[in-house]
Design a protein around this ligand. Structure first.
Ligand code: DP6
Length: 386
């Protein structure tokens, strides 16, 4: 019988964006960033790991398919964890010499362009750290897999401190507030129908670092102030401030992409329609009730308070009609007090199927170890669901 360790971890959505590295190898960012970790019950990665003498070479299974272990970031994470375990002398040498089998699944489509690598690496290092019984900063280990993953090792609202040291030892995340701090906060993920392959964030940010003057200005002058203001807005539950900063920071990040040379872009006409609709809706409401933010893809994440969900959801369904019966997924949607009609809304609806589906979720907790499973490996360490 081998020890199987299973963990879950969730995606996080940045409200102050990480964009640009000062060290590509160690994945050290140019600026601090802030995110919200989403509810694991709605969107999560689940990873099971084991180490056994009969595994001939390290193996990785992703969503039921055997994938190459020849991935530098994956190997860096495993080697670093084993090196720490060797130093801390917490497991015997023989155990450390065995190969590992890793089996990971996302409960949301990887291809949807949602930040699956953040959940995946946060989950992986949590499971491996447990397997090798190491006491270490999990956030720094997750960062070696994917920068934004270092924020997914905490729940609630999280800050990634860029740090200043060359070895990256001070580039780590910390929790700003727990998920229970702002219980009314909700998130709607709008998955845009789009099959185009986008510039990967690693390649995009490298180009921005090399060529964008706006990125330099942003890092020096905008982000430090925004980070302080965002922390105050979160701690004080000031939605207006929070929402405005979130939208401005998303817009500036996408402006940096256009300011890079050659330029690249992630937003589509549907993304711009979402931006216009949200601003118009806030204007009509005479207060900011919804904020949008976009990462390295066309999908929008909307932040809003629970009381406003029924109306905003009706508006989204009006502007982006869909015949799909499972158009809205995730948490149960609160009932509307009255029927909403948007016939007088000044922006016309688009044709059907511009959005694939919506995920209704909230801010959630950090990674969890599941001692009682369900595991993705059986007691002989063989992958299930493959
Ligand atoms: C736009 O963490 O995917 O989502 O460190 O190269 O793996 P690497 O990049 P990644 O970048 C995420 C960028 C972003 C903004 C953010 O999450 O802060």
């Amino acid at each position: 019988m081998s020890v199987i360790v299973t963990a879950t971890a969730s995606v996080n959505i940045a409200v102050i964006k990480y964009w640009g590295k000062r060290d590509e190898e160690l994945i050290l960012p140019l600026n601090d960033s802030i995110s919200a970790t989403l509810d694991t019950n709605v969107m999560c990665a689940r990873t099971s790991v084991c180490a056994r003498p009969d595994i001939e070479e390290n193996e990785m299974y992703l969503n039921g398919i055997k994938t190459s272990f020849d991935n530098k970031r994956l190997q860096t994470c495993l080697n670093k964890i084993k090196a720490i375990a060797t130093l801390q002398k917490v497991v015997d040498k023989e155990f450390l010499s065995w190969n590992v089998r890793i089996c990971s699944e996302n409960n949301f489509p990887t291809a949807a362009g949602l930040a699956s690598s953040a959940a995946g690496y946060a989950c992986l290092v949590t499971a491996l750290a447990k397997l090798y019984k190491i006491e270490s900063d999990i956030s720094q280990l997750a960062r070696l897999g994917s920068g934004s993953a270092c924020r997914s090792v905490f729940g609630g609202f999280v800050r990634w401190h860029a740090g200043g040291k060359c070895d990256g030892s001070d580039s780590t995340a910390s929790q700003i507030v727990q998920s229970t701090h702002w219980p009314e906060m909700r998130v709607l993920v709008l998955v845009v129908a789009d099959k185009k392959k986008h510039t990967s964030s690693s390649i995009g940010m490298k180009r921005s670092v090399e060529s964008s003057e706006l990125l330099k200005y942003r890092v020096e002058h905008c982000v430090p102030r925004r980070v302080d203001e965002m922390i105050n807005a979160i701690k004080g539950k000031d939605f207006q401030r929070f929402a405005e900063l979130t939208m401005k920071d998303s817009n500036q990040f996408h402006a940096v992409c256009l300011d890079s040379y050659p330029p690249f872009h992630y937003l589509t006409n549907v993304s711009y329609k979402i931006i216009d609709v949200i601003h118009k809706y806030n204007e009509i409401c005479k207060e900011t009730r919804v904020a949008y933010t976009f990462d390295a893809g066309p999908n929008a994440c909307l932040f809003l308070l629970e009381k406003d969900v029924p109306e905003v959801l009706s508006l989204i369904k009006y502007i982006f009609p869909s015949p799909n019966t499972d158009y809205v997924r995730g948490l149960d949607v609160p009932k509307a007090e009255e029927e909403n009609t948007f016939e007088t809304f000044p922006i016309q609806p688009m044709e059907e199927n511009k959005l694939q589906y919506l995920i209704y979720t909230k801010v959630g907790d950090g990674p969890e170890i599941h001692y009682d499973g369900p595991h993705l490996l059986n007691e002989l360490g063989q992958p299930l669901n493959v």
